[in-house]
Design a protein around this ligand. Sequence first.
Ligand SMILES: Nc1ncnc2c1ncn2[C@@H]1O[C@H](COP(=O)(O)OP(=O)(O)OP(=O)(O)O)[C@@H](O)[C@H]1O
Ligand SMILES: [K+]
Ligand SMILES: [Mg+2]
Length: 676
Amino acid sequence: MSTQRKSILSGRMVQRAILDSFRKLNPVMMIKNPVMFVVELGAMLVLLQMLLPGILGRSSHTGFNIAVFVILLITILFANFAEALAEGRGKAQADHLKKTKQQVMANKRVGGGLRSVPSTELRKEDIVVVSQGEMIPGDGEIIEGLASVDESAITGESAPVIKEAGGDFCSVTGGTLVVSDSIVVRITNDPGESFIDRMISLVKGAKRQRTPNEIALGTLLAVLTVIFLIVVFTLKPIADYLNIELETAVLISLLVCLIPTTIGGLLSAIGIAGMDRVTQYNVLAMSGKAVEAAGDVNTMILDKTGTITYGNRMAAELLPVGAGTEAELANWAAISSQFDETPEGRSVLALLRERGLIYDELLARSGDSIEFKAETRMSGVDLPDGRRVRKGAVDAIRRWVAEQSGQIPDDLEAVTHRVAVAGGTPLAVAVDAVIYGVIYLKDTVKPGMKERFEQLRKMGIRTIMCTGDNPLTAATIAQEAGVDDYIAECKPEDKIDVIRREQAAGKLVAMTGDGTNDAPALAQADVGLAMNSGTVSAKEAANMVDLDSDPSKLIEVVGIGKQLLMTRGALTTFSIANDIAKYFAILPAMFMLAIPQMSVLNVMKLGSPLSAVLSALIFNAVIIPLLIPIAMRGVKYRPMSSQRLLSRNLLIYGLGGVVAPFIGIKLIDLFVHLWI
Ligand SMILES: Nc1ncnc2c1ncn2[C@@H]1O[C@H](COP(=O)(O)OP(=O)(O)OP(=O)(O)O)[C@@H](O)[C@H]1O
Ligand SMILES: [K+]
Ligand SMILES: [Mg+2]
């Protein structure tokens, strides 16, 4: 189900990234990254020293200065390249989407007729008619009709999907193609605010905001940089006092080796690549914060219909209760569904047609429609003679009948039970105080759910199914799907309550949903994943949209979030461990320059002091591109407890970070020493 988009790094993307690396040298852009900005300042100072010798104190080695300048420049370019490369895929995808966003002509309803207008002139609330072979001119909701729509331009999925008025499958996206039938669509967005527009600005990263985590880490790196700046600057007077000559280029080299350039250079690439990985799974994340929150999720709330099950609840049987006959039940079930545009409502009329049963259509049409609401969990018709016809959740109908002092038939319980234990949804049908029977709505659990929830359990995530359905149906489906817990007879506000309760207990909550009634809960959750098939309000409230409408995709998103957090942690550990190791390589060499007796400290037996400094600096530069693959792909992630993951990563990246420079610098020194 979860299709991962193909993603090859094309030559063109690399070319573009190289050009961008130079463009990003602009100090105005550079200052956003304080660590690399200090490196750039250092490079400029060394350049100044080369151009105006003596201005920053004595300098005896022009060749050395040139080498330091070049290596510093390359260090910055490497960091820029990492960021540009991470941005590249999004930019390429944005270009592709822009092509999708072509202007089309729309048939807009004006007065009684239709007028052909360019899609760019459509506004919110405009009504358009789209027929077979035509492109849907803007985002909207179907208000009449049913059509199969090819959404491949957005989802990459070539099989057309059925879209219909009423219910949770009524939303359509501009730029998708109607392949059969004709629909009437109410436009829901003004120009420039469409789904494709949002997608373009998202994948392009135009409005990419740094996440709180990123900002915190960035601040820490900036503080470290300032501390080392002070340390290195105070070395100068101390050395002067001791009559030791420390050259500017050497001091700057020491500074650059000490400040966290590795993580400083890779930090934004890690964030962008994480977002990009989410997009490759066909999930649109509105912010990096949402992806990171996914990495820390403890509880996952899912709705039943359309999320765990396929959601095409169809009337399969009519089960009379009490004195009611099948014919009477069929009649009232159909009348209650006359104006019910939900798939459930229409399936009742379809069942009658299929069975050759008739109902009093004239009577039905003369009534007033009572629309289905998640709050009442009923729908129906008020007839002109004052009779009220309803169908709905059994407990809701029971209460409604009881309020009118009606009798509850003895066999209602047993019939309801039979439907519920089979995992079906029972809808009771009543006219005023009399219950005539039950409609059996069938639904199917999507395949593979049990295995997916098992995986979540291993990651330490608890799953809770929230459904408007009765407790028994809920229990049956919960068991079949293998969720940890369920809440039945859930109203929209109950879902929010569950989320708030979990959040109050310090949990991070993820929720998936597709209906308008899910929207408030999607907004309340830390991670809200809406199905692309769902309603516009659900998609707007959520901070992620799954283009494949596969709720179990949350598992991948959680994995990617965890991976993102881990990658950042691992590379920060590696970077700082590295800097400590470099310190021990470079500091003895520096003082050896002035005090040859210090050579006992040269434990690494590096060729010469200058070659030691250069080697450390070269290592500091090349480690950035060497780590780009890890930054882009993310460190390996297997479902296990975060405690074990943490100690494992500390061992690999902390210890590795200390050891790698000693080996790397020694090897580089073997070559560098040949020239110096
Ligand atoms: N068209 C309808 N007419 C009358 N009653 C309905 C209709 N559709 C659903 N119901 C009843 O209302 C209940 C709540 O439906 P709703 O679609 O709001 O469920 P939900 O809260 O989204 O939960 P889930 O999607 O997990 O089932 C259903 O379980 C059913 O008993
Ligand atoms: K460094
Ligand atoms: Mg629902």
